[in-house]
Design a protein around this ligand. Sequence first.
Ligand code: CA
Ligand code: CA
Ligand code: CA
Ligand code: CA
Length: 569
Amino acid sequence: MRENMWKKGLVIVITILFFGASGIPSFGVENISNAELKFTNDSSGKLLFNGESYFIMLNNYSDSGVGNEWSVQMRFDSELKIVESEFDDETLPLIKDQWVEIKVNIDLDSDWMEIYYDGDLLVEKNWTAGVNNDDAGILNIAAVDLYANAASPVYYDDLSLEQVGTGTVWSDNFDSYADGSSMHGQGGWKGWYNDENYTANVTSVKSRSSPHSVDINGDADLVHEYSGYTSGEFVYIAWIFVPNAVPNEPNEPEPEDGATDVSINTNISWNCSDQDGDNLTYDIYFGNYSPPPKVVSNTSSITYAPGTLEFGTTYYWQIVAYDEYGASNASPIWNFTTRTNDPPNTPGNPNPPDGETDVPLYKTLGWSGGDPDGDDVTYDVYFGDYSPPPIVENNQTGTTYSPGQLEFGTTYYWQIVAWDEFGYVTIGAIWSFSTKTNDPPDPPTITGPTIGEEGVEYEYTFVTTDPDQDKIYLYIEWGDGDVEEWIGLYDSDEEVLLGHTWSETGEYTIRAKAKDSFGLESDWAEFDIGISKKSKATDNVLFRLIGQFPLLERPYIISYILTMLCDSE
Ligand SMILES: [Ca+2]
Ligand SMILES: [Ca+2]
Ligand SMILES: [Ca+2]
Ligand SMILES: [Ca+2]
């Protein structure tokens, strides 16, 4: 609403009114001088549009403000990028960077008007409806008002009022006024309330008809009154130019300009903005020569994946930013250089060492690898008992390989082929080693009683040594037909204690042999035992004790015991 404008002469402070009908805060009058306007142009002189600017027609106007009534109130909104017939909720997209026709068809006989923007109907309604649709207007074309509302410059040129059937009854192209002169007091124009503080200046920065237009910015609130148009049909034309700032120069390149040692899988990215807040799109130029060719058009992305690049190559790139209005700005041509690549280190430090002998049958192979560039490396493993060996593993990341159980006394060959993540390869030497041979266990050593009685259990110890320290099984024949068949496994040199009972009198030979875990058998070991009838005497603990001694020693032991017994009597 324009009520706030009435206050301009009274209150030199910021006044902001809120309008219930639209629910949005509308313009306040900021009493700032032109010198304080920061938005007029940016430092590089680019025109931009910032704020809200208004094209207004009144059906009743007086310099005193009494009875002022509006019919047309077009709001040009830089943020929303719209033109709005204010409080009618009717909008059209804002057109910038070109002269656009505003046309108002006014039929005072039918109390009707239509507002067109660039040929598109923005709104139609009663001329007397009023901006607020309070129906307080009158059938009269009273004034046009070009109002900046503290916005940055927009330009008007070639305004005219045509009476249908009569022809042009008024026009102004601003061309005859002096460049830079105030319009207040010229051509029937004046500041709002006839206040020269609200004037606007003639300019040659933009013009539709050469050489001048009028620059509406900041405090501008430029009025031209008409009189006598209270009936009939009219067409009011005004041409407006809303500037557009070109996008800022694209910046913040990644990789940085001049960067070296860049990954061959790098993306490129950048930043850019537009002082009008326009959405931006980009053309991307990229290649290994300068100037680089265009590879992408019209993308809104600020990154680009050029695919896998070449090693040790300098790439050039450039970004051209376009705003929604086709204005563009180009970055410098940036460049970066990709890293070089060397193949993986030669596989080394074989374990077992090359030529090693006597290698155990279970052996995990190992080697050293890596890559001088620090790349990930994978390995192919070749392994076998002939040379060159066949491949047994490919693309593994570890530097060990377990071939499982090997054969005794066999020469094996192996080779490592290393690949870095870019397919650079280093082939290692063919290494070899020989496994140990296997020897059978020694015959078991048997210890235990050599005499005994029938029906009594005696214990025997079997100890077997395997020269390879292999685990062993035992096969034992007790001599009476009883057999322990391949019992075990036992460790080499482990004492194995077994009991046996002979039920018949007689001479027996215990036979035992061992077998290592690889199946090699020892010779037989033998051990004799005499089993006699069970006598009462032998129940005596002494006799059982005597039975524990070797046969040859027993007479001495018996004699000794008898002597002891006699002495004690
Ligand atoms: Ca002109
Ligand atoms: Ca722009
Ligand atoms: Ca490498
Ligand atoms: Ca063995």
